[in-house]
Design a protein. Structure first.
Length: 193
């Protein structure tokens, strides 16, 4: 259920998040925006003390608990899909977590205009609790008619995550995707096992 809430939110609010990024981006690293269902409940920035391979890290941290649902925050970017049409794209990053009481994960979404055509937010293999630097990946196919790609790290609930050494690469077609994609045609219309 949380997957569909997060997916719907990310789809419905990307334009609004980009439109208001001038107010939310005050502490976000250059080129990134802070968005989410309740971005005011989260803080982000660059942490020069949390280094991985001698590079500073971006962080996403819940603020002091507030009344009601804390929602989720995401540190994210969006770009045109043009360079990746018809290819398979892998997002990798090293993530460290502290006290994650809900869940966190890298995420990537491929859109055709305002329709989501591929999505993965790692909810089925979420980052929880406290952990040292670990490499995570999300792999999605980019259809030939895709128009945009969005990605980032999200934190649902209390805690802190740090992100470092983020990378995109085109991978071979035999690399398995990690998220949901729309099938080419309907399946199991007669409910056969």
């Amino acid at each position: 259920m949380m997957l569909s809430k997060v997916r719907l939110f990310l789809t419905a609010t990307i334009v609004a998040a980009l439109a208001c990024s001038f107010t939310l981006q005050a502490s976000a690293p250059q080129g990134w925006i802070l968005a989410g269902s309740k971005p005011a409940n989260y803080d982000t920035g660059v942490d020069p003390q949390a280094k991985y391979r001698d590079a500073s890290s971006a962080y996403l941290k819940s603020k002091t608990p507030v009344e009601g649902e804390i929602g989720f925050g995401t540190l994210m970017q969006s770009f045109r899909a043009e360079r990746y049409l018809g290819k398979k794209l892998r997002l990798t990053g090293f993530v460290k977590s502290e006290g994650v009481q809900g869940w966190a994960g890298l995420w990537m979404r491929v859109d055709k205009n305002f329709q989501v055509v591929a999505f993965d937010n790692m909810e089925n293999r979420a980052i929880k609790g406290t952990s040292d630097w670990q490499r995570y990946e999300v792999v999605l196919s980019v259809p030939k008619d895709a128009t945009g790609i969005s990605f980032g790290i999200l934190l649902a609930g209390l805690g802190t995550v740090w992100l470092n050494n983020t990378n995109f690469e085109v991978v071979e077609s035999d690399v398995s995707t990690t998220g949901s994609t729309l099938p080419d045609s309907p399946t199991n219309l007669n409910f056969q096992n």
